[in-house]
Ligand binder design. Sequence first.
Ligand SMILES: Cc1cc2nc3c(=O)[nH]c(=O)nc-3n(C[C@H](O)[C@H](O)[C@H](O)COP(=O)(O)O)c2cc1C
Length: 306
Amino acid sequence: MGNESLRVNLAGLSLVNPTMLASGILGYSAETLKGIVEGGAGAVVTKSVGLNPRSGYANPTVVQTSCGLINAMGLPNPGIDEFAKDIREAKAHLKVPLIVSVYGFSAEEYAAVAEKAVLAGADALELNVSCPHVKETGAEIGQNPKILAEVVSRVKGAVDKPVFVKLSPNVVGIAEIAEAAVKAGADAITAINTVKAMAIDIETTKPILSNKRGGLSGLAIKPIAVRCVYDIYERVKAPIIGCGGITSWRDAVEFMLAGASAIQIGTAIALKGSRVFKSVTRGIKAYLKRKGFRSVEEIVGLAHRC
Ligand SMILES: Cc1cc2nc3c(=O)[nH]c(=O)nc-3n(C[C@H](O)[C@H](O)[C@H](O)COP(=O)(O)O)c2cc1C
């Protein structure tokens, strides 16, 4: 069985394997993204970028818990005009699709950032409508199907590249939100962003993060994310990119059986380094062979058959 069994077509993007770097885990530099691709990722998603530079929140912005990380970075980023240089440089070196994650405070802003990202060389866009800790963007847009639909259709009208919409689990019905995004033109859904959480220091008696509340990622959120992917798969036809707590090939296979066509890895990079991508793809390949599947695409959504 050659590596062909791992290839996936994701909304028109050709991926050599279904693993992708999740947004925001590493910095912006082309060098870092190159390291991730050498580690075996089939595609990379950049940190979220907006129209104007933002310094983000004061430290501490990340806290480690017994079951994952809680972060409230506050979307620090250099702004799209500055970041365009890194996109160009990354594009010149990377042999895998480069997806730029964008956010905005209005539909016009999302579209303006998306347009600049595509001009700089983005192969696709991922709309961050799910950041749980920055007011008036992120989850506030992703929780409202009407505003979300407006954002998606504005961006689709501004660029001719695939548009992925990254959803928040912090909603009552994630499948309805996914449906609104797809009806407005989304080419794929990424599920999920972090789960609202907080941690308190019992000695100082104060919340640890400067923003008090943040988003939980890593092992603890995997079952929530699998359920979200399963729910969305039942509702929409667009491809789903699973994300949340994936650390091993077994996790990746579980997401694919739930309905994910590709998967993103974030927090596990802190535990396992960039080689996590190779170990996940190797494991998926061995699983396909053992089970008699010819292609990774054959297992997508299989858990819905029973
Ligand atoms: C430190 C940190 C920063 C993040 N920044 C972003 C971001 O800029 N944009 C975004 O869409 N998601 C961001 N995320 C969320 C991740 O992309 C991912 O959805 C989440 O961490 C769940 O996946 P994981 O458990 O594999 O980390 C961030 C997560 C972490 C831990």
